[in-house]
Design a protein around this ligand. Structure first.
Ligand SMILES: C[S@@+](CC[C@H](N)C(=O)[O-])C[C@H]1O[C@@H](n2cnc3c(N)ncnc32)[C@H](O)[C@@H]1O
Length: 206
Protein backbone atom coordinates (compact mmCIF):
# COMPACT_ATOMS: atom_id res chain seq x y z
CA UNK A 1 0.00 0.00 0.00
CA UNK A 2 1.33 3.48 -0.91
CA UNK A 3 2.53 5.85 1.78
CA UNK A 4 0.00 8.53 0.81
CA UNK A 5 -2.83 6.00 1.08
CA UNK A 6 -1.71 4.91 4.55
CA UNK A 7 -1.42 8.54 5.64
CA UNK A 8 -4.88 9.40 4.24
CA UNK A 9 -6.35 6.40 6.10
CA UNK A 10 -4.72 7.41 9.37
CA UNK A 11 -5.78 11.04 9.04
CA UNK A 12 -9.35 10.00 8.18
CA UNK A 13 -9.59 7.56 11.11
CA UNK A 14 -6.43 7.25 13.27
CA UNK A 15 -5.87 3.68 14.46
CA UNK A 16 -3.50 1.76 16.75
CA UNK A 17 -0.01 2.89 17.70
CA UNK A 18 0.49 4.88 14.46
CA UNK A 19 -2.84 6.53 15.22
CA UNK A 20 -1.48 7.64 18.61
CA UNK A 21 1.47 9.30 16.84
CA UNK A 22 -0.85 10.90 14.26
CA UNK A 23 -2.95 12.27 17.14
CA UNK A 24 0.05 13.97 18.77
CA UNK A 25 1.02 15.45 15.38
CA UNK A 26 -2.56 16.67 14.71
CA UNK A 27 -2.76 18.23 18.16
CA UNK A 28 0.17 20.50 17.31
CA UNK A 29 -0.45 21.09 13.59
CA UNK A 30 -4.16 21.88 13.89
CA UNK A 31 -4.11 24.03 17.04
CA UNK A 32 -4.05 27.36 15.08
CA UNK A 33 -6.91 26.15 12.83
CA UNK A 34 -8.95 25.16 15.89
CA UNK A 35 -8.32 28.54 17.54
CA UNK A 36 -9.28 30.45 14.40
CA UNK A 37 -12.43 28.37 13.87
CA UNK A 38 -13.51 28.90 17.49
CA UNK A 39 -12.97 32.64 17.15
CA UNK A 40 -15.29 32.71 14.11
CA UNK A 41 -17.82 30.54 15.94
CA UNK A 42 -18.27 33.24 18.67
CA UNK A 43 -19.10 30.81 21.48
CA UNK A 44 -20.97 32.39 24.40
CA UNK A 45 -20.33 31.32 28.04
CA UNK A 46 -23.59 29.36 28.45
CA UNK A 47 -23.54 27.70 25.00
CA UNK A 48 -23.98 24.01 24.30
CA UNK A 49 -21.29 23.12 21.76
CA UNK A 50 -20.67 20.02 19.60
CA UNK A 51 -17.34 19.18 17.94
CA UNK A 52 -17.40 16.56 15.20
CA UNK A 53 -14.17 14.60 14.60
CA UNK A 54 -12.35 15.98 17.64
CA UNK A 55 -9.20 13.84 17.09
CA UNK A 56 -6.73 14.53 19.94
CA UNK A 57 -9.25 16.85 21.65
CA UNK A 58 -7.51 20.23 21.43
CA UNK A 59 -10.63 21.92 20.02
CA UNK A 60 -12.78 20.40 22.80
CA UNK A 61 -10.42 21.78 25.43
CA UNK A 62 -10.42 25.27 23.88
CA UNK A 63 -14.21 25.28 23.34
CA UNK A 64 -14.74 24.36 27.01
CA UNK A 65 -12.73 27.45 28.04
CA UNK A 66 -15.10 29.63 26.00
CA UNK A 67 -18.32 27.83 27.03
CA UNK A 68 -17.32 28.34 30.67
CA UNK A 69 -20.88 27.89 31.99
CA UNK A 70 -22.06 25.63 29.16
CA UNK A 71 -21.48 22.08 27.94
CA UNK A 72 -19.22 20.68 25.20
CA UNK A 73 -19.89 17.33 23.52
CA UNK A 74 -17.79 15.60 20.89
CA UNK A 75 -18.11 12.65 18.54
CA UNK A 76 -15.33 10.75 16.75
CA UNK A 77 -15.30 7.32 15.12
CA UNK A 78 -11.67 6.59 16.01
CA UNK A 79 -11.31 4.61 19.26
CA UNK A 80 -7.68 5.74 19.39
CA UNK A 81 -8.69 9.41 19.25
CA UNK A 82 -11.49 8.96 21.80
CA UNK A 83 -8.83 7.53 24.18
CA UNK A 84 -6.36 10.34 23.49
CA UNK A 85 -8.93 13.15 23.74
CA UNK A 86 -10.37 11.59 26.91
CA UNK A 87 -6.90 11.67 28.52
CA UNK A 88 -6.40 15.31 27.45
CA UNK A 89 -9.81 16.39 28.79
CA UNK A 90 -10.06 14.08 31.83
CA UNK A 91 -10.51 16.91 34.35
CA UNK A 92 -13.30 18.57 32.29
CA UNK A 93 -15.05 15.23 31.74
CA UNK A 94 -14.97 14.62 35.51
CA UNK A 95 -16.85 17.90 36.11
CA UNK A 96 -19.54 16.92 33.57
CA UNK A 97 -18.81 19.97 31.38
CA UNK A 98 -17.39 17.80 28.57
CA UNK A 99 -18.74 14.54 27.11
CA UNK A 100 -16.83 12.62 24.45
CA UNK A 101 -18.55 9.88 22.47
CA UNK A 102 -17.35 7.18 20.12
CA UNK A 103 -19.58 7.23 17.03
CA UNK A 104 -20.19 8.37 13.48
CA UNK A 105 -21.18 11.97 12.86
CA UNK A 106 -23.75 10.85 10.29
CA UNK A 107 -25.96 9.48 13.09
CA UNK A 108 -25.91 11.45 16.35
CA UNK A 109 -27.56 10.37 19.63
CA UNK A 110 -28.71 13.92 20.46
CA UNK A 111 -32.25 15.32 20.38
CA UNK A 112 -33.29 17.91 17.80
CA UNK A 113 -32.39 21.55 18.64
CA UNK A 114 -29.72 20.69 21.26
CA UNK A 115 -26.64 22.75 20.30
CA UNK A 116 -25.96 26.50 19.95
CA UNK A 117 -22.68 25.90 18.14
CA UNK A 118 -21.23 23.05 16.04
CA UNK A 119 -17.74 22.84 14.58
CA UNK A 120 -15.31 20.49 12.86
CA UNK A 121 -11.68 20.97 11.83
CA UNK A 122 -10.26 18.98 8.91
CA UNK A 123 -13.00 16.40 9.22
CA UNK A 124 -15.16 16.70 6.09
CA UNK A 125 -12.81 15.08 3.52
CA UNK A 126 -13.78 11.41 4.15
CA UNK A 127 -17.55 12.02 4.48
CA UNK A 128 -19.31 9.80 1.93
CA UNK A 129 -22.61 11.70 1.98
CA UNK A 130 -21.75 15.27 2.99
CA UNK A 131 -25.23 16.77 2.52
CA UNK A 132 -26.92 14.01 4.55
CA UNK A 133 -24.27 14.46 7.27
CA UNK A 134 -24.76 18.24 7.31
CA UNK A 135 -28.52 17.70 7.58
CA UNK A 136 -27.88 15.53 10.64
CA UNK A 137 -25.75 18.31 12.17
CA UNK A 138 -28.48 20.84 11.38
CA UNK A 139 -31.06 18.60 13.07
CA UNK A 140 -29.24 18.72 16.43
CA UNK A 141 -28.69 22.51 16.24
CA UNK A 142 -30.97 25.09 17.82
CA UNK A 143 -32.66 27.55 15.42
CA UNK A 144 -30.25 30.47 15.00
CA UNK A 145 -27.28 28.26 15.98
CA UNK A 146 -24.02 28.54 14.05
CA UNK A 147 -21.85 25.91 12.34
CA UNK A 148 -18.16 26.33 11.39
CA UNK A 149 -16.23 23.82 9.27
CA UNK A 150 -12.53 24.29 8.68
CA UNK A 151 -10.64 22.59 5.85
CA UNK A 152 -7.59 23.18 3.65
CA UNK A 153 -8.45 24.56 0.22
CA UNK A 154 -8.75 22.02 -2.62
CA UNK A 155 -5.96 23.59 -4.69
CA UNK A 156 -3.44 23.23 -1.83
CA UNK A 157 -4.60 19.71 -0.90
CA UNK A 158 -4.24 18.57 -4.52
CA UNK A 159 -0.46 18.98 -4.26
CA UNK A 160 -0.42 15.95 -1.88
CA UNK A 161 -2.31 13.73 -4.37
CA UNK A 162 -4.60 12.16 -1.74
CA UNK A 163 -6.43 9.00 -2.94
CA UNK A 164 -9.70 10.14 -4.51
CA UNK A 165 -11.63 7.08 -3.30
CA UNK A 166 -10.82 7.96 0.33
CA UNK A 167 -11.06 11.73 0.46
CA UNK A 168 -12.96 14.49 -1.32
CA UNK A 169 -11.34 17.89 -1.67
CA UNK A 170 -13.34 21.11 -1.42
CA UNK A 171 -13.15 24.82 -2.15
CA UNK A 172 -14.90 27.48 -0.05
CA UNK A 173 -17.79 27.98 -2.52
CA UNK A 174 -18.33 24.20 -2.73
CA UNK A 175 -18.74 23.76 1.04
CA UNK A 176 -20.93 26.89 1.24
CA UNK A 177 -23.13 25.27 -1.44
CA UNK A 178 -23.33 21.98 0.51
CA UNK A 179 -24.36 23.91 3.64
CA UNK A 180 -27.10 25.72 1.71
CA UNK A 181 -28.26 22.39 0.21
CA UNK A 182 -28.51 20.96 3.74
CA UNK A 183 -30.87 23.81 4.66
CA UNK A 184 -28.51 26.25 6.42
CA UNK A 185 -28.87 30.04 6.00
CA UNK A 186 -26.18 32.65 5.29
CA UNK A 187 -23.68 30.05 4.07
CA UNK A 188 -20.35 31.80 3.57
CA UNK A 189 -16.59 31.23 3.94
CA UNK A 190 -13.41 33.02 4.95
CA UNK A 191 -9.84 32.21 4.00
CA UNK A 192 -6.67 32.47 6.08
CA UNK A 193 -3.21 31.86 4.67
CA UNK A 194 -0.91 29.68 6.78
CA UNK A 195 2.64 28.87 5.70
CA UNK A 196 2.05 27.44 2.20
CA UNK A 197 -1.66 26.62 2.30
CA UNK A 198 -4.99 28.41 2.51
CA UNK A 199 -7.20 27.41 5.40
CA UNK A 200 -10.90 27.87 4.71
CA UNK A 201 -13.63 28.21 7.33
CA UNK A 202 -17.18 27.76 6.04
CA UNK A 203 -19.87 29.20 8.30
CA UNK A 204 -23.66 29.15 8.34
CA UNK A 205 -26.69 29.46 10.61
CA UNK A 206 -29.70 27.18 11.16
C1 LIG B 1 -7.67 14.87 10.41
S1 LIG B 1 -8.42 14.47 11.94
C2 LIG B 1 -8.69 16.09 12.66
C3 LIG B 1 -8.84 16.02 14.15
C4 LIG B 1 -9.11 17.34 14.88
N1 LIG B 1 -10.33 17.96 14.46
C5 LIG B 1 -7.97 18.33 14.75
O1 LIG B 1 -8.23 19.50 14.51
O2 LIG B 1 -6.82 17.92 14.94
C6 LIG B 1 -10.07 13.97 11.48
C7 LIG B 1 -10.83 13.33 12.66
O3 LIG B 1 -12.20 13.22 12.29
C8 LIG B 1 -12.67 11.92 12.62
N2 LIG B 1 -13.77 11.62 11.67
C9 LIG B 1 -13.74 11.68 10.32
N3 LIG B 1 -14.93 11.34 9.79
C10 LIG B 1 -15.74 11.05 10.85
C11 LIG B 1 -17.09 10.62 10.97
N4 LIG B 1 -17.83 10.37 9.88
N5 LIG B 1 -17.60 10.42 12.20
C12 LIG B 1 -16.83 10.63 13.31
N6 LIG B 1 -15.54 11.03 13.27
C13 LIG B 1 -15.01 11.24 12.05
C14 LIG B 1 -11.45 11.03 12.50
O4 LIG B 1 -11.57 9.84 13.26
C15 LIG B 1 -10.34 11.94 13.01
O5 LIG B 1 -10.15 11.84 14.41
Amino acid sequence: MGLMRKLAEQLSQPRGSWGQVVGVFLGRLNRPANEWTLKLLEIQPADRVLEVGFGPGVGIQEAAKLASRGWVAGVDFSETMVEQATRRNAALIATGRVELRYGDVSSLPDNDDTFDRVFGVNVIYPWREPVATLKELRRVMKPGGRIALYFVDKEDMKLWHPPADLVTLYSGPEVARLLAEAGFHEARFVIKKRWFWNGVCALAEK
